[in-house]
Design a protein around this ligand. Structure first.
Ligand code: ADP
Ligand code: MG
Length: 671
């Protein structure tokens, strides 16, 4: 039997089963074997019913008296029965698992694993998982548990895997960097465990394999990128020096270094593929401005993409102030732009040097005469396809240089794996004079007593305030306070203050208008949804209040908090919670640390990479087993993947590997 044959070829897989499997992405025998057990039950030492205690138990026994009924609560079916062993009998109950009624033969023995607990006035075993004793290896007592796929339950997978036991021997090797046969042994042991130790060894190998593929994909992307041609941008030291000298502040050392790295990249005829990571407020825009200026000096065009209209117009205003006096022709193109056709003509004729915009920039009829640099602010907001689209706009088959900026630092482990095709510059230094932000968790009942005095104090000293709400309108069912209801309340409580609001359902022009007023200091307190999250820069704002803080992720909270602390006065951030339950680890970490790099590592541990980079690669990063916090294993896979690529023949020889990694290649491609 061929490892790559259709899954239908497996014994016991008919058209119906194959249909279900396909729905879950299992098309071939290979896919089927890589559908690894989620867990293993250990049946070595079941409890006798006589000795049962509340809590997790494994019982070995027979079952009878099965019946199903509807519970009083709608949509709930209750299936009950009696489990017996030689020492006694207990009640068992399952909810919404009606198939259980037909599952058992009265004369067969089963293992039941679940919680023995007090429910509805008596003790029962609640929703246990089940394995037939005959199915469990009598020597080891271990039984793999598979994730149910539709109608296919764990035991169905066990049965099918058992049917294909003989095929394991024909599994070919995948990687040259491990001993021959390692792979088939690992897959076999994962499905037919003979001890927990051999399971661990198997999983270690499979995790390594996964990381190897991920890293190899990133490395290959880097190679692909190096095959592309870009226009070389000469570095005009004199002009750049002049520009820097005129700035009202000194660049930080980190800004200088990043700009230098960018200029060096762009001097090559290979497209730059660089990620600029800097914590909120570290001055990424200034680095972008330097890069953009350098490119326009040599007569080419630059595009900057921002995730929101507010941010695009703020970048536009700031960059115009900086660059227009130097002769750079700069324009903004968003959904709200009037006379788009004329502007687009100017862009395609090369009359505009530097265009800033949102997604509107990506519409198909925006043509550039000579686009040499694309800057993407908050890169995790843009999908890969959008980025590719923009790269295609460069004429003569030349790929533009690419600078992606993000305030969500990428943990080192991800940098080595998923983002291994990127060069990285880091702004790990805040501009001088910044004061740290003091963060506190407060409960809603403390608003009047603790928060209101802070608001008054901030207002009196002429500083400004953000108040973030989750929802726009009030909904009687929702537990979150809306922008509108909070606005009304604050207006009542602070009649002297100029309070306004902002949210994503407003027209872009309205949005801009409010933001401009806030930036100009004409609004004292701005009640807003998270539309102000990314990038907005109002140095005079020093108080950030985030209501329903538990509703946001760590990275998002850090971003929101980063809207303050941009000036020279001390800033404060209050995270409001209902107080019903103790604050989450997320909030406590945020209270302790203002270091975005540290918080990103914490976030990776708490939520996993798929969540963090959700928008960018939704689902694609669902690693089967590898943990992206396993630094040692990553280092090994990294070294081996690099060695693999040193021998060009490998790419022809290891076909399965090369085909398998294409799915990873897509998530990491920038150009
Ligand atoms: P972010 O990295 O979050 O995008 P910005 O580029 O918005 O940060 O910069 C934050 C603020 O810091 C802006 O007001 C900017 O003008 C200012 N800034 C940038 N570089 C420096 C510097 N070297 N010294 C002082 N202020 C700076
Ligand atoms: Mg920014």
């Amino acid at each position: 039997m061929d490892f790559f044959a259709s899954v239908e070829k497996l014994k016991g897989v008919g058209p119906k089963t194959a249909e279900i499997l396909k729905k879950y992405g299992i098309r071939t025998v290979r896919d089927f074997f890589y559908n690894l057990p989620r867990n293993y039950e250990n049946y070595e030492a079941p409890t006798s019913i006589e000795e049962i205690h509340p809590g997790k138990v494994v019982i070995r026994g027979k079952i009878d008296s099965l019946s199903t009924r509807r519970a009083r609560r709608r949509n709930l079916s209750v299936t009950e029965g009696i489990i017996r062993d030689e020492t006694g009998a207990i009640k068992v109950v399952w909810f919404n698992q009606r198939y259980r009624i037909k599952q058992f033969s009265p004369d067969k023995e089963y293992f039941f694993t679940g919680n023995y607990e007090f429910r509805n006035g008596r003790y029962s075993l609640v929703s246990p998982s089940v394995a037939e004793v005959a199915d469990v290896d009598p020597e080891t007592g271990l039984s793999p548990i598979y994730v149910a796929h539709g109608a296919l339950k764990s035991r169905d997978f066990r049965r099918l895997v058992k049917n294909s036991r003989d095929i394991f021997n024909s599994i070919p090797d995948l990687l040259p960097s491990v001993a021959p046969g390692t792979r088939k042994k690992a897959l076999f042991n994962a499905h037919f465990p003979d001890s927990l130790k051999s399971v661990a060894v198997a999983r270690d190998y499979l995790a390594y394999e996964e990381l190897f593929e991920l890293i190899l994909a990133a490395r290959l992307n880097r190679r692909e990128n190096e095959k592309l041609k870009a226009v070389a941008i000469p570095f005009n030291l004199a002009k750049i020096r002049e520009f820097v000298a005129k700035l009202p502040f000194n660049l930080t050392g980190a800004q200088r270094k990043a700009a230098w790295e960018i200029f060096q990249d762009m001097e090559r005829e290979i497209p730059m593929n660089r990620l600029l990571q800097g914590d909120v407020g570290s001055g990424k825009t200034m680095v972008a401005a330097l890069a953009a200026y350098g490119v326009t000096l040599s007569g080419h065009q630059v595009a900057l993409l921002a995730p929101t209209a507010i941010l695009a117009s703020q970048h536009y205003e700031g960059l115009k102030r900086l660059l227009e006096p130097l002769g750079v022709k700069i324009a903004i193109l968003t959904g709200a732009t009037k006379n788009k056709a004329e502007l687009k003509r100017q862009i395609s004729d090369g009359e505009i040097d530097f265009v800033i915009g949102t997604h509107a920039l990506l519409t198909d009829d925006t043509e550039f005469k000579d686009l040499a640099l694309v800057i993407i602010d908050e890169q995790h907001r843009f999908g890969v396809e959008q980025r590719q689209k923009l790269a295609l706009k460069s004429p003569q088959g030349l790929a533009p240089h690419l600078l992606a900026m993000t305030a969500t630092p990428i943990p080192r482990s991800l940098q080595l794996t998923v983002f291994g095709d990127l060069e990285v510059s880091i702004l790990n230094e805040l501009p001088k004079g910044r004061r740290p932000i003091t963060t506190s968790i407060l409960t809603e009942v403390e608003i009047q007593e603790r928060l209101y005095p802070e608001i008054n104090k901030t207002f009196k000293s002429g500083q400004q305030i953000y108040w973030i709400c989750k929802a726009i309108d009030s909904d009687s069912r929702a537990e979150t306070t809306s922008v509108k209801s909070r606005l009304a309340k604050l207006k009542r409580d602070f009649p002297k203050m100029n309070i306004n609001f902002l949210h994503g359902r407003m027209k872009p022009a309205e949005n801009d208008n409010i933001m401009e007023k806030f930036a100009a200091g004409k609004i004292d307190l701005l009640v807003s949804t998270t539309v102000v999250e990314v990038g907005v820069d109002v140095p005079n704002a020093s108080l950030m209040i985030i209501e329903n803080a538990e509703a946001y992720g760590l990275a998002q909270l850090h971003q929101l908090r980063g809207r303050v602390g941009r000036g020279t006065v001390a800033s404060f951030c209050y995270l409001l919670t209902s107080g019903d339950i103790p604050p989450s680890r997320r909030l406590r970490e945020l209270e302790k640390s203002s270091d975005g790099f540290h918080l990103a590592e914490v976030d990776l541990k708490l939520r996993g990479p798929g969540e963090i980079y959700g928008a960018l690669q939704h689902g694609a990063l669902d690693l089967r087993i590898a943990s992206l916090s396993d630094v040692k294993l990553i280092a090994k896979a990294q070294k081996d993947a690099v060695d693999f690529l040193k021998n060009p023949e490998n790419m022809l020889k290891y076909k399965e590997l090369m085909t398998g990694i294409s799915k990873y290649q897509q998530i990491t491609t920038l150009n």
